[in-house]
Design a protein around this ligand. Structure first.
Ligand SMILES: O=C(O)CCC(=O)C(=O)O
Ligand SMILES: [Fe+2]
Length: 206
């Protein structure tokens, strides 16, 4: 068992979310970022969709561009990332019994000035999504760069106010939270903001 994932599991069980720094080493972040930029320069990214609305409407909600990672076409650094995610998923299954069987991940680029308004990941498209996972690829991110992830934790007692958690999108950092329970948003980013985002899923019907 991979003990380094334990703090994030404890966070998920206690609070519905966990954060783990150095999920990727600095060298791995640099290498994966280079692959991202190559693919984007080749025109492989598309504006992220949120449903059937027009792109202009969607941009009021989210402004990121994405590219799904596919096992078949993954280069070495991408395959290594997906293998690490698989280890993480195995560890979660051994400790949390969520019955995770599958995952899907995409690169995400938030150009300067873009954001993703408050939302819930799960029910938009696929109720098999159990855990949302984001790994940031940013070099030397400063608080003044904006782009923070805000998690809205529901109060645990009746009448208790929700709590806002602010997470800086620091390179190599992994964030994981319950897809069906925690609403969240990406604050406007003042500089280009890079990540790999995905979902750990159960099998079964939508
Ligand atoms: O990049 C982040 O911090 C969150 C992204 C997100 O909420 C999403 O892609 O659904
Ligand atoms: Fe989200």
């Amino acid at each position: 068992m991979d003990e380094r994932f334990e703090p994030i599991i404890e966070g998920i069980l206690a609070d519905g979310y966990g954060v783990l720094d150095n999920f990727l080493t600095a060298d791995e972040v640099v290498a994966l970022t280079a692959r991202l930029h190559e693919r984007r320069a080749q025109g492989q990214f598309r504006p992220a969709g949120i449903g059937n609305q027009q792109v202009a409407v969607e941009k009021q909600i989210r402004g990121d561009e994405i590219l799904w990672l596919e096992k078949d076409t993954a280069v070495a650094e991408e395959a290594a990332f997906l293998a690490r995610i698989e280890q993480f998923m195995d560890y979660v299954n051994q400790t949390c019994y969520l019955g995770l069987r599958d995952f899907e991940f995409h690169y995400a680029v938030y150009p300067p000035g873009t954001f993703y308004k408050r939302h819930l990941d799960q029910f938009r498209s696929d109720s098999r999504r159990k855990l949302s996972v984001i790994c940031y690829l940013n070099d030397n991110w400063q608080e003044s760069d904006g782009g923070q992830l805000t998690l809205f934790l529901p109060g645990t007692q009746p009448g208790q106010a929700e709590q806002n958690i602010t997470i800086q999108p620091i390179g190599g950092r992994l964030v994981c939270f319950e897809s069906g329970r925690l609403e969240h948003e990406v604050r406007p980013a003042a500089r280009q903001r890079l990540s790999v985002t995905g979902w750990l899923k159960t099998q079964g019907v939508f």
